[in-house]
Design a protein around this ligand. Sequence first.
Ligand SMILES: C[C@@H](O)[C@H](N)C(=O)O
Ligand SMILES: C[C@@H](O)[C@H](N)C(=O)O
Lengths: 165, 165
Amino acid sequence: EGILVSGATIEKNLAKVSMVGVDNKPGNAAKIFAHLAEAKVSVNDIIQTEVSKQKANISFTVNKNDFNDAKKAVESIKEKVGCDNVFYRDDIAEVSAIGVGMRTHYGVANMMFSALAKEKINIDSITTSEIRISCLVDKAQGDKALICVCKTFELDKPVNKRSYV
Amino acid sequence: EGILVSGATIEKNLAKVSMVGVDNKPGNAAKIFAHLAEAKVSVNDIIQTEVSKQKANISFTVNKNDFNDAKKAVESIKEKVGCDNVFYRDDIAEVSAIGVGMRTHYGVANMMFSALAKEKINIDSITTSEIRISCLVDKAQGDKALICVCKTFELDKPVNKRSYV
Ligand SMILES: C[C@@H](O)[C@H](N)C(=O)O
Ligand SMILES: C[C@@H](O)[C@H](N)C(=O)O
């Protein structure tokens, strides 16, 4: 079964909230996202990594127009969930490689990360699913990252002429 | 458009590697995953959160049978990417709610997190996509978490009888 990356996308109308060091105990994620739902903030991707038994980092992206509401909601809940630090960024772009069977192919992630590395593009966050691999990069490097992904997966060529399938 | 969660799954044959405090500069993600690819380790979900301009946390899940190879590969690369600390867990289970149009519905994430919170189930990591919301939980709570998700989204009832669509 070949790796078939069928497309690449870029989303620039995004902002990211990163909550560093949230208390890693039941109920805290629910509190944060209930607060955001009450503020009618529609959340895109949610990413949480565990830092230790005691702490976790939660970050999520929102539409730019929801950014101020998201900030207000997070500022009012951060103490209740023991969050050490929050930082906000709206200078980001999400570049994704889209395809089928992506998850089991470490090849795709590998190709994408090394292609961005060659172009000296920093990867701010990563999230993967069955159908896509998404990297948040600095907005100033968004277009360069998109072109880099298109070239890496030879998206300008017809499927039967690509060398990596 | 209603929220349609069409199913819930659990995956127990997983292990997780968490790299805390990797230097946040271009090329480091590529080094880690190239190393894993060389060791023929097939990576499932990859999650990276940005901790600051200087540091990022990268975690990923692998099949249990790849766990030892993953550990070896990570131990040999962690210094080269400035990683502060690595921890490994094989006592985890991934519980997912599957459906269409998940991403734009903060309602689904909200319902899932608060349902797990009510059952006092800790969420270790989170990753979302267009078609699923996945939480890693302690393996001992995996079955309880799966039942909790099925109940929350009324998966035992026919679609036209569910109260949350
Ligand atoms: C950090 C947060 O996700 C917490 N572990 C919870 O279960 O809600
Ligand atoms: C942490 C790692 O992802 C780094 N930012 C990179 O671009 O590779």
